[in-house]
Design a protein around this ligand. Structure first.
Ligand code: AR6
Length: 186
């Protein structure tokens, strides 16, 4: 499904984010930036060692204690179709989603887009951050994700296309339903 926010296309689709050809894809990483399972594992496997090398440098220079939740950094896309990977960290929910988790998840999406814009990137793909291993409730996470993306796009019309690439039919449906609600509320 596709809508337009200002001059930007916002697309929800089912797929594997490691196949996207946008300028950047976003990684649902953890604070260590050293890789893991889920999307993170898939991105590092397909992108190759250049991504981890840059992540190590970021740890040594900018973030020796690890990347704080809600912040974002950028590396090469290595062997991926996408030229860059934006690494962000969503909240660890364990099923709970209060103001704190909401704000941190909002920041993860918003700061990723901010970084893309700062780097002059025009097209960005997101996975559904924090709804896998980090177990945030999908409905609430989807609403927060879409709110952050749409509020960013309403404020800045630099980015041309944002895709949210959902791995399963279930999470795709959740995002589709949430999009209707978010648009009605904004
Ligand atoms: N493309 C798109 N979405 C995917 C893909 C893919 N290739 N693979 C999985 N998903 P998760 P989190 C979906 O667990 O909850 C890692 O170990 C998946 O179905 O990847 O933010 C990190 O290192 C789910 O809907 O990320 C962290 O330690 C969504 O992506 C931790 O997991 C997010 O699931 C981060 O957990």
């Amino acid at each position: 499904m596709e809508i337009t926010i200002g001059k930007t296309k916002l697309i929800l689709k089912i797929g594997d984010i490691t196949e996207e050809n946008t300028d950047a894809i976003v990684n649902a990483a953890n604070s260590t930036l050293m890789g893991g399972g889920g999307v993170d594992g898939a991105i590092h496997r397909k992108g190759g060692s250049a991504i981890l090398e840059e992540c190590k440098k970021i740890r040594q220079t900018l973030y020796p204690e690890g990347l704080p939740t809600g912040e974002a950094v950028i590396t090469t896309g290595g062997k991926l179709k996408a030229r860059y990977v934006i690494h962000t960290v969503g909240p660890i929910c364990h099923g709970k989603f209060d103001e704190t988790e909401e704000k941190l998840l909002y920041n993860a999406y918003y700061n990723s887009l901010k970084l893309a814009k700062e780097k002059g990137l025009r097209t960005v793909s997101f996975p559904s951050i924090s709804t896998g291993a980090y177990r945030c409730p999908p409905e609430k996470a989807a609403k927060t994700a879409l709110k952050a993306i749409i509020e960013f796009l309403k404020k800045y019309d630099y980015i041309q296309e944002v895709r949210v690439v959902l791995f399963t039919e279930d999470i795709y449906k959740t995002f589709k339903e949430s999009l209707k609600e978010v648009i009605d509320e904004l």
